[in-house]
Ligand binder design. Structure first.
Ligand SMILES: Cc1cc2nc3c(=O)[nH]c(=O)nc-3n(C[C@H](O)[C@H](O)[C@H](O)COP(=O)(O)OP(=O)(O)OC[C@H]3O[C@@H](n4cnc5c(N)ncnc54)[C@H](O)[C@@H]3O)c2cc1C
Length: 439
């Protein structure tokens, strides 16, 4: 038979198990760190598996200017509504000089942070005997035994290895574990939010920039557009935690006029290059049109483009836009969300859908539970939500909160079913760990 040159055969392999754990956490972003630390604090032995060489995910890889979702804006002042693990991170940033405090903007507020200080905070949080971290390890296989996940296999720098566990938490942002386990997910390439290449500029007069309202920045960049700069976005965020240096969330990257497909290697490669190219355009536009930037230069970009949305769990409860806008409360609440809908769709602006001042909705436990998987939980931006609800729920304070709940629930489930966890006991445990479910 002639060889089929359109495929290559990958041989079936036996992969050595190098660790066993009560709880295996896939992905070390905001949700994964919170899940791993919270499960360990409940007495579970934990393995945390991360594709990159540091923790933080989008927070430290794409890099963000600030933590969103901690605060609502009430009478012009930030009012903190999300506590628990997210508040612990806020406190640690303050203690280590990694933030300048909450910054109000538009009808909300966020907490700027220093990326390196945050990475070191995460390193220290997982430096405890119950947590084993594997960096540079990408999960590529899920082993299903009698309808339960028995283990995961990953590719590391020295080849493949495996980990066995009782309970698993998918914090990959992309719902990779769900996909590999054959659990239902949603992925809608036609309505994906656009990604951004984040960057930092040095040589900036931050005394001028510190006084600049977001609306003024928008005006300056619209002037650049009128003068012929082809900027895809003119509304965005500037944060500064160091004199002379700003972090910018202002690019909008498309491939062939659409949001790039994060699972298509050609599309995502073009997106990375297009993102860096855009940074050059923005640098020139800022130098020419925005006060305080005439001597600016690019310090760095994120180590990868920031993907806002990819696969979402199709779980036992799918959160909807109506849940967000009606500020719906749930009996099985595990977290509080006060962030507006922030949708990065087509056009040069961002579509905002505001909650009331001091208002919030709950995130129910069921939106972390897949259908038909006994020992798998999901936390973070790939939770079970529709496109619009995810555009609100995905921010980092919420990912910390979901991760904390998933970590405690996984430890409580031990070798039973995550669906059988007593929600009132989970809520009690969350409250005893500082979370506030009715602020
Ligand atoms: C451009 C952009 C700007 C944003 N701005 C803000 C902002 O200012 N403030 C805010 O609060 N939020 C912001 N967000 C939202 C927020 O950053 C993310 O939604 C949130 O950080 C997601 O956290 P997570 O833990 O769910 O997932 P992620 O941060 O995506 O973490 C997932 C982790 O899993 C790892 N991983 C993935 N697949 C595998 C695998 N197969 N094996 C092993 N490891 C794997 C990844 O390397 C990553 O570290 C922004 C997002 C983007 C993209």
């Amino acid at each position: 038979m002639p060889q089929d040159l359109s495929v290559i055969n990958v041989p079936v392999r036996k992969v050595k198990v190098v660790a066993e754990a009560d709880v295996v956490v896939a992905g070390g972003g905001a949700a994964g760190i919170a899940a791993a630390v919270s499960a360990a604090r409940e007495g579970a032995n934990v393995v945390l598996i991360e594709r990159l060489g540091f923790l933080g995910g989008t927070m430290t890889a794409a890099t963000l200017g600030g933590i969103c979702g901690l605060y609502s804006l009430v009478d012009g002042q930030p009012a903190q509504l999300v506590f628990g693990f997210a508040d612990e991170i806020r406190h640690l940033l303050e203690t280590h000089g990694g933030t300048t405090g909450p910054k109000p903007w538009l009808k909300t507020a966020s907490l700027p942070y220093d990326v390196f200080i945050l990475k070191r905070i995460f390193d220290r949080l997982v430096d405890e005997k119950r947590i084993t971290v594997f960096f540079h390890s990408t999960i590529t296989h899920v082993d299903i035994e009698d309808g339960r996940i028995g283990g995961v296999a990953m590719e590391g720098p020295g080849g493949a290895f495996a980990v066995r566990g009782n309970a698993f938490i998918d914090c990959t942002g992309d719902a990779d574990l769900c996909q590999l386990a054959g659990v239902g997910t949603e992925f809608s390439p036609e309505e994906l939010q656009f990604p951004s290449m984040m960057f930092r500029l040095g040589g900036v007069d931050t005394s001028v920039v510190g006084r600049m309202k977001r609306e003024r920045l928008h005006d300056y960049l619209e002037n650049a557009v009128s003068a012929g700069f082809d900027l895809p976005r003119t509304a965005g965020g500037i944060y500064s935690v160091r004199d002379g240096v700003v972090h910018l969330n202002i690019t909008r990257v498309s491939v062939d006029g659409r949001a790039p497909d994060p699972f298509d290697p050609k599309s995502s490669t073009r997106a990375e290059i297009a993102g860096r190219e855009q940074v050059e355009f923005y640098l020139e536009a800022f130098r020419q049109f925005v006060p305080g930037f005439d001597k600016a230069y690019v310090l760095d970009t994120g180590c990868e483009i920031g993907v806002r949305e990819s696969r979402r769990l199709a779980g036992q409860y799918v959160m909807t836009s109506d849940d967000i806008y009606s500020e719906r409360k749930f009996a099985d609440a595990i977290a509080v969300n006060c962030w507006p809908v922030e949708e990065h769709g087509v056009g040069r602006g961002t579509n905002w859908g505001w909650l009331s001042p001091g208002g919030y909705c709950h995130i129910p436990y069921r939106s972390l539970l897949p259908r038909g998987a006994d020992n798998l939980l999901v936390a973070g931006r790939c939770l079970s939500a529709d496109h619009v609800a995810q555009a609100s729920l995905r921010v980092t304070a919420n990912c910390f909160a979901m991760g904390q709940a998933a970590g405690i629930a996984a430890a409580m489930a031990a070798d039973g079913s995550v669906g059988d966890v007593a929600v009132s006991a989970l809520q009690d445990s969350l409250t005893s760990r500082g979370a506030v479910l009715a602020p």
